[in-house]
Design a protein around this ligand. Structure first.
Ligand SMILES: *Cc1c(COP(=O)(O)O)cnc(C)c1O
Length: 452
């Protein structure tokens, strides 16, 4: 029997995170203060984040050691399996070899605890007792709620309205961990009230929920700090445990991927999987293709502009150079809530500009077609977000069938879809729609982007 699962021992959990900033051919553009238009300093971020995370954000060290306490907690779900999807390959009748790295084995069902645990840890080390955050699909909120339960911290979650209504069991899960959950936009912050005045039925967005969580931290006089589940450099760095493990697992399998695919909401699961493999591409050792897959309803890489913009809807964060649809862009209510974000991680945006990665946008109906095939062959009901990557991995495998090539294709299955039954219900009932993003909607939102 040929092997399908490539498992590592607990001792193979990485001991350090990989920081791609040490190897970038050109450095990242600085983050800018919206008032002075000058690069920000650590003191500008201090109201939001603990000093250790601010340091990690700009660190140029190739590796940053993982604290033992964090590594101990990682043992609850790491190392995660790398699986060869043989039954899917057979169904597609492709000569390609399809692999997935499965992050859905974590207690909350996604890759998010890889960064939630260290973020909570560093906050507690610096004496913080209360954290605020936002959540889209509920994966990040659940991860933060769990991390806060482990480290004995209070957790306040602003949950995007469409998810709050559509995924009530995610809320129950977060409250089971002890978190306090509020639907966003809410009337408990100025940012939320402003949106509700304009549109009392606003479905919410990650950009709006971030404004609320940031405001709650800033208004607390230092008592609360804020945590972000994606986008930032330190978040992508924490996620590199995924790609580092995958490298060891591919060695076991005696293969190396030709094409690596991941979905991109803010870019953390993509970055975590891809960055440790990208080092060999930057050095010229390997010619791997890296494909970022985004939803057609929020196509920041393929249809956005590479410019300085705010990370949140209310324009309160520092200015970040990234691919953006404009901070006022509210994406259509697709089921992949975690992909409904106007911007993209600066690292992922930069790599795209440098031509080191590709990007493609896909609609949700073909995405759910792919998810259903995966469910019926591999048995796992995937989360809607990584099903975007699955769609593109399958299309690549189908092209191999045409050409007769046996490429090695790997994708990051960064979460399961057990809380997404409402989405699968509408798919099965034939009620899903593909939202066309209008050029005008993007152009209008881009008008609100500050001129730098
Ligand atoms: C949060 C999340 C995403 C989107 O965020 P990224 O930072 O782009 O990874 C995608 N899939 C799952 C399962 C998530 O939990």
């Amino acid at each position: 029997m040929e092997r399908s699962r490539f498992e590592l021992a607990e001792s193979a959990i990485p001991t350090a995170w990989y920081n791609v900033q040490a190897d970038l051919p050109e450095p990242l553009p600085p983050v800018i203060h919206p008032g002075t238009k000058e690069p920000i300093g650590p003191e500008d971020l201090a109201p939001l984040f603990p000093m250790e995370l601010i340091k990690q954000e700009v660190s140029q060290d190739r590796y940053v050691d993982i604290p033992e306490t964090v590594r101990d907690m990682y043992r609850l779900w790491r190392p995660t399996p790398l699986v060869r999807a043989r039954r899917l390959e057979q169904a597609l009748d492709t000569p390609a070899h399809l692999y997935y790295k499965y992050e859905g084995v974590s207690p909350v069902g996604s890759h998010k605890p890889n960064t939630a645990v260290p973020q909570a840890y560093y906050n507690r080390e610096e004496g913080i007792t209360h954290l605020t955050t936002e959540t889209g699909a509920g994966q990040w909120g659940s991860a933060m709620a769990m991390a806060c339960a482990f480290l004995d911290l209070e957790c306040e979650v602003y949950m995007v309205r469409v998810s709050y209504d559509g995924k009530p069991y995610r809320r129950t899960m977060m409250e089971s961990y002890g978190a306090q959950v509020t639907a966003s936009p809410s009337s408990s912050t100025a940012a939320g009230k402003r949106v509700l005045e304009g549109d009392p039925d606003s479905p919410g967005s990650l950009g709006i929920a971030i404004s609320e969580a940031v405001e709650a931290a800033v208004a607390s006089d230092g008592k609360k700090k804020y945590c972000l589940g994606s986008v930032l450099n330190h978040v992508l760095m924490h996620q590199t445990v995924i790609g580092q493990e995958a490298l060891a697992q591919f060695e076991q399998a005696g293969e190396y991927p030709d094409v690596v695919v991941g979905c991109t909401g803010g870019g953390s699961s993509f970055g975590g999987f891809v960055l440790p493999l990208l080092a060999a591409k930057i050095s010229g050792e390997r010619d791997t293709r890296f494909v970022a897959v985004e939803p057609a309803a929020a196509p920041s890489l393929t249809a956005g502009r590479y410019t300085y913009d705010f990370g949140d809807e209310a324009a309160t964060t520092p200015l970040i150079r990234m691919h953006t649809l404009g901070h006022g862009f509210v994406p259509a209510p697709i089921h992949a809530g975690g992909l409904r974000y106007h911007g993209m991680a600066p690292i992922v945006s930069h790599l795209y500009e440098l031509g080191l990665i590709e990007a493609v946008a896909v609609h949700q109906i073909p995405v759910f077609d792919a998810a259903q095939l995966f469910t019926r062959t591999e048995g796992i009901v995937p989360a809607p977000a990584p099903s975007h990557a699955l769609r593109v991995a399958i299309d690549e495998a189908l092209r191999c069938k045409e050409s007769g090539e046996s490429k090695v294709i790997a994708f990051n299955l960064c979460g399961h879809g057990h809380f997404d039954m409402k989405a699968y219900r509408s798919y099965l009932d034939g009620e899903l729609v593909n939202y066309e993003h209008t050029e005008e909607k993007i152009a209008a939102a881009l008008e609100g982007v500050p001129a730098i």
